[in-house]
Design a protein around this ligand. Sequence first.
Ligand code: NI
Length: 251
Amino acid sequence: MLIDTHLHLFNENYNIDEVISRAKDAGVKYLIVSGSDLVDNKFNEKLLDTYDNVFLSVGYHPSCALDISDEDLNYLEDLIKLDRVVAIGEIGLDYHYGKDDRDKQIELFRFQLDLAVRYNLPVVIHTRDAFLDTYNILKEYNLKGVIHCFSGSVEFAKECLKLGYYIGVTGVVTFKNSKKLREVVKNVPLDRLLVETDCPYMAPEPNRGKTNRSDYIEFVLDKIAEIKNVDGRDLNKQVNENLFRLMSKIS
Ligand code: NI
C-alpha cells in the first residue's frame, strides 16, 4: 500500500477520474489532497462526495494572505469539522516574492495554527525563504505536523525534528542538483520521514519536467531507500506508519 501524503488535484491538465483511478491501480491507497486557496479548497471538498480514497488537508497558503476574507476563514472552520479532513494546510510563510505582505502572512498563519490547536489537528507547513520566522512561530505552539516539500538545511531539519515535526520529502530528492536535500534525508531518522509527490509540480526523475502524478511516489521512495540504504518495502511500511501516527483521523 502506497500513500501520497501531499498532492494537489485542482489542475487544468488533469482528468480527475483518470488521475485518481490510475493512482488506485498503482496501489496508492490514500491521497491526501492539499488546499491552497479558496477555489481549490472548495474543489477539494467536492472530491469527498465521489472518491473514498481522498482525504483532505485544508487551509490557505501564504501566497493568498492578501485575498482571504473573514467569510473565507469561517468557511475554513466549517471544512475542518468534516470527517475526512485530517490536517490543516498547507499553511506557513513564503518570502520568496518580496516583503509587501509579510505581516498579513504571519497573521493568516497564526490564525490557522490557532485553529489547529482548537480542533486538535496536525499542520502541513509550507516554508520558503522564511525558515527563521516559521521556526520561531511554530516554537510558540505545541502542535504536531510536517514541514512539507522540505527545502531547508540539515540544521533547520534538526530544529524541526526537535519541535516534533516530520520532514516531508518530494521528488526533488531525485534531482541531480539536490545534494542538500539528500543530505537532509540522510540525517532524518526513518520514523520522522514522510513521502509526498506535491503533484502536479516537481515530477521525480526519470519524469522530471512532466506533469507529476501520485503513482510517481514510487520513484521518491526508491531514491530515499537508496540514500538510507534500507529495503524499499520496509521504508514504505515505515513511512505509512509515520503518516498514521501523525494524521490519526485516517484509518
Ligand atoms: Ni503543495
